[in-house]
Design a protein around this ligand. Structure first.
Ligand SMILES: Cc1ncc(COP(=O)(O)O)c(C=O)c1O
Length: 400
């Protein structure tokens, strides 16, 4: 449509949201569908957080707040960074936005000039390249191959850096693979970055609390304090506290960058929802014991899904260190034909035929920049996962 902006032609809609929507439509039409597409915990927001939100409403905390967050929440975020990541920030170095998504978007909008490059390990979270494109930058994908456990090497990072590189995006544990970099692996990447002072680090630590022992979460500015002045450490309450709908994300970094991000937010959405900010404050300052309980559930589900998918003909499913995703390769199935006569030439063919035949919704790997594979979100019940994996096994076995 000629009326629409040219920039829109550069981006595509979120594939994960598309699959979730399609699965919901099929379900509503009466089809027996198991959705493994959505990237959100199936657990409810803890009661202590809900209660804090109800109190905020009753106390009239329903008006505009400072654009990038109330001071009490910013202070709680500083305390969290100190407590959990040994990072020292002041409230002036903290920005709160409408979800982790807005925080990342603000950061790109505030920093990218046309032609600026952003290094993104692939497979990547679907929104990174499109956000970069919307902000006028150039995404540069670096392959994190299954053979290297979905992690990039220092040599790959070094080779991808050019004079135009502005940001390196780091996401560990990762969406969509669940891969997590050990401290030594991250240290080796930060050594490369120390040699290139013009490159900034945007670390998306959204899955910090979904890390399975013996894997231990770590973040770039903590591992290499020399990067502190050019690192934006992003996080949020969506995944850890089962608060996806409340829309609160945050970041900490150099005050000048934080101020610039606030400027973008002040002319777009203004403050994130006031009630949600008080809920997030309760999340960060309240009891944390449920995190370990929920992690144990996710770990059991991870092991269940990895076991069942590796038992499926033609699938190879690495064991992830974190998050609630697995990313099995379908290399062994490409070129086969489904009973319907449909050729499985791509992972998109695989995902659409699987949905059609067995009613299991997964997201095809091309959406994450790495094929042929698909992503399973195991943030659902053991029963649903067992049934879904049984159907996937049956589907794989039916391909000839
Ligand atoms: C890696 C990653 N970063 C950021 C986000 C965005 O989180 P939020 O829901 O807080 O916007 C997600 C959500 O799926 C994610 O997977």
């Amino acid at each position: 449509m000629a009326f629409l902006a040219d920039s829109l032609a550069r981006v595509k809609p979120s594939a994960t949201i598309a699959v979730t929507t399609k699965a919901a439509e099929l379900k509503a039409a009466g089809k027996d569908v198991i959705g493994l597409g959505a990237g959100e915990p199936d657990f409810d927001t803890p009661d202590s957080i809900k209660d804090a939100a109800k109190r905020a409403i009753d106390e009239g905390k329903t008006k505009y707040t400072p654009v990038d967050g109330i001071l009490a929440l910013k202070q709680a975020i500083c305390d969290k960074f100190k407590r959990e990541n040994s990072l020292t920030y002041t409230p002036a170095q903290v920005s709160v936005g409408t979800g982790g998504k807005q925080i990342l978007y603000n950061a790109f909008m505030a920093t990218l000039n046309p032609g600026d490059e952003v290094i993104i390990p692939a497979p990547y979270w679907v929104s990174y390249p499109d956000m970069v494109l919307l902000a006028g930058g150039e995404p540069v994908a670096v392959e994190a191959a299954i053979e290297s456990a979905f992690k990039i090497t220092p040599a790959q990072l070094e080779a991808a850096i050019t004079p135009k590189t502005k940001w390196f995006i780091f996401n560990s544990p990762s969406n969509p693979t669940g891969a997590g970099y050990t401290r030594d692996e991250l240290k080796a990447l930060t050594e490369v970055l120390m040699r290139h002072p013009h490159v900034w680090v945007m670390t998306d630590d959204m899955y910090e609390h979904l890390a399975y022992a013996p894997f231990v979460f770590c973040t770039p500015a903590e591992v290499e304090p020399g990067l502190y002045d050019r690192t934006l450490t992003c996080n949020g309450v969506s995944k850890a506290y089962a608060m996806t709908g409340w829309r609160i994300g945050y970041a900490a970094g150099p005050a000048a960058l934080i101020k610039a991000m606030g400027k973008i937010q002040s002319q777009s959405t203004s403050n994130p929802c006031s009630v949600s900010q008080y809920a997030a404050l309760a999340a960060l300052t309240g009891p944390q014991d449920f995190l370990a309980e929920r992690l144990a559930h996710f770990r059991r589900r991870r092991d269940l899904v990895v076991g069942m998918l590796n038992a499926a003909e033609g699938l190879e499913c690495p064991l992830p260190e974190g998050a609630f995703y697995v990313y099995p390769s379908i290399k062994g199935l490409v070129g086969k034909t489904a009973p319907s006569g449909k050729l499985i030439a791509t992972d998109e063919d695989f995902a659409s035929e699987l949905l059609e035949v067995e009613g299991v919704a997964v997201v095809h790997g091309a959406a994450f920049g790495a094929s042929p594979a698909f992503r399973v979100s195991y943030a659902t019940s053991d029963e649903a996962l067992t049934e879904a994996c049984t159907r996937i096994q049956r589907f794989c076995a039916s391909l000839v």
